[in-house]
Design a protein around this ligand. Structure first.
Ligand code: SF4
Ligand code: SF4
Length: 131
């Protein structure tokens, strides 16, 4: 049975109204990652990576959300809220999303990234030896 937006949202505690996210330039330099370390040093803030895109995530509920998870300004809610597709939202699908909340998680990400790069370089030099 196809889920309807109404039935989906009625089972959810309004996850989409409890944060906002802004896309970041993909970090590549030491300074970029230092900035990310600074962002996540703040309470209720994280970054997440989704399909190669980076986002700053601020976990702060919307002032229009009522205690029973309703939108107080539903008829006049911002365009971004209107555009959200409840059939593809975070209530259903967080697969492939990597969230980085702490400095330890950032350090682990950087260690993985560095290992992958070394692996790629090694692969390239092994291939060039075969040529
Ligand atoms: S759009 Fe998604 S996250 Fe938002 S209330 Fe509906 S089911 Fe929950
Ligand atoms: S305006 Fe309404 S729909 Fe939009 S985030 Fe706030 S409570 Fe949710």
């Amino acid at each position: 049975m196809k889920r309807t937006v109404k039935s989906t949202c009625s089972r959810c505690s309004a996850l989409c109204c409890k944060y906002f996210a802004l896309e970041l330039d993909r970090p590549s330099t030491w300074n970029d990652f230092e900035n990310i370390r600074w962002y996540i040093s703040h309470q209720k803030t994280s970054v997440f990576i989704q399909q190669g895109r980076w986002f700053l995530n601020v976990k702060n509920r919307c002032r229009h959300l009522t205690a029973d998870s309703r939108c107080r300004v539903y008829d006049h809610r911002p365009a971004i809220c209107r555009r959200l597709d409840a059939n593809g939202c975070e209530y259903h699908n967080m697969e492939g999303v990597r969230e980085i909340r702490t400095e330890q998680q950032l350090a682990a990400y950087l260690a993985e990234r560095s290992a992958k790069r070394k692996g790629k370089k090694k692969g390239m030099s092994d291939n060039s030896k075969r040529l």
